[in-house]
Design a protein around this ligand. Structure first.
Ligand code: ZN
Length: 392
């Protein structure tokens, strides 16, 4: 077949647990293959496509074009002849989907239905933007959902998991649908597939689902944010929720061990540690400033230039010291605070010399930044003490 526009591929993924299949090749154009039937779920309804292999080649992408499902393969130039032989029109090929990825998507998608059904029941909001990829799953609801309500819905959704409700899939006629309550009623052509979780949700959906809610395993909200006046919720379910739990549990356990504290108190301890650290840094800066003032007072007045280094002192104290020093010393009076590794902040003053001259030397030789007036300049530089002193 030269074009695929008249093909409607049979969707074998209505049986969500079918992992491998054989099919007839109807269209082949290089790496683009259309079959009479496929178990590969294409990118549809916000969900990313299945991956796997077809005729021994890796399936990189699956897309629907006018009812035909196109499989896009990864074919190396040296394998092109072999691919042409395998994917000849009318030939039979075998395919298998990446079941780990697919099953994880099924857990995520079924969890999303339960969660969205509960949001609809409590707030009447539709899920108007759904996105499911190997990286994340987000849902966009039409209005604000308070943090506490998200927690309650999360708990109720996990109750639905524990009840082990069987997934029911029906294809009602147009007449039957008229009296039915279900989500996603928008622009649906052809047979409409409705996925039902009794007591929780009914929603028009084309994607594969797990057979019962127990298989979802765990439903966890991992984030929510304002989105165009509504709420964007990030959710993880099943294997991905377990992976997240394992990662976070390890972090918590390690942190608790390091702090020698029970896990439930590590947040309070971390907050306190940060506050203590801020207070200690302020104290060190004060002591450093006092030390700098004492150092400056001990410099003999006979010295022309004064260059002082202080690991910890604030710039306000440095300027105060410079203002005192310039009264007794005719050359440059400079204070560098910080460290060689982290870089220095400097203040340089002089009563008789133009500080911009030494500033230029620092810039030219040591790539220093900064500037100011002839009587005082300020800036920063990353260099050793010796190299800095050589500029004066
Ligand atoms: Zn769905």
């Amino acid at each position: 077949m030269r074009d695929s526009s008249t093909v409607v591929t049979k969707k074998l993924y209505d049986d969500a647990y079918l992992t491998s299949f054989t099919a007839t090749v109807l269209f082949a154009d290089g790496k683009d293959i259309v079959l009479d039937q496929t178990a590969f779920f294409p990118e549809e309804g916000g969900q990313s496509p299945d991956h796997g292999q077809l005729g021994g080649f890796e399936v990189e992408d699956v897309q629907i074009v006018d009812g035909a499902i196109h499989h896009f393969l990864k074919i190396r130039p040296e394998d092109e002849e072999e691919a042409e032989r395998i994917f000849r029109i009318g030939g039979r090929v075998g395919g298998s989907i990446d079941w780990e990825e697919r099953y994880s998507n099924m857990q995520m998608h079924s969890g999303e239905h339960i969660f969205s059904g509960l949001v609809f029941r409590h707030f009447g909001y539709d899920n108007v933007g759904f996105h499911l990829s190997p990286r994340e799953m987000t849902m966009d609801f039409e209005g604000p959902i308070p943090e506490a309500a998200l927690k309650e819905i999360e708990w109720e959704a996990n109750e639905a998991v524990r009840k082990n409700i069987r997934t029911k899939v029906i294809f009602p006629s147009k007449e039957e649908r008229e009296g039915m309550e279900y989500r996603s009623k928008l622009d649906l052509k052809g047979p409409v597939r409705i996925v039902i979780y009794s007591g929780y949700d009914a929603c028009a959906c084309c994607a594969p689902h797990v057979a019962s809610t127990a298989e979802i395993g765990l439903i966890k909200v991992v984030g929510s944010q304002n989105w165009k006046g509504g709420t964007r919720v990030s959710l993880v379910c099943g294997r991905r929720a377990l992976e997240l739990f394992l990662r976070d549990h390890e972090i918590v356990t390690k942190t608790a061990g390091f702090l020698s504290a029970p896990a439930e108190s590590i947040y309070d301890l971390t907050v306190k540690s940060k506050q203590d650290l801020i207070a200690l840094k302020a104290e060190i800066r004060d002591l450093g400033s006092q030390l700098l003032e004492a150092k400056a007072a001990s410099i003999p007045k006979t010295e022309d230039h004064v260059v002082l280094f202080a690991a910890s002192a604030d710039l306000k104290a440095a300027r105060k010291v410079i203002n005192c020093l310039v009264k007794d010393h005719d050359g440059y009076c400079a204070v560098f605070t910080g460290s060689e590794a982290e870089g220095w902040s400097y203040v340089i003053g002089s009563a008789k010399k133009d500080c911009r001259e030494v500033g230029k030397r620092l810039k030219d030789r040591l790539s220093a930044r900064g500037g100011g007036k002839p009587e005082m300049i300020q800036g920063s530089v990353k260099a050793g003490e010796g190299a800095i002193r050589a500029c004066f």
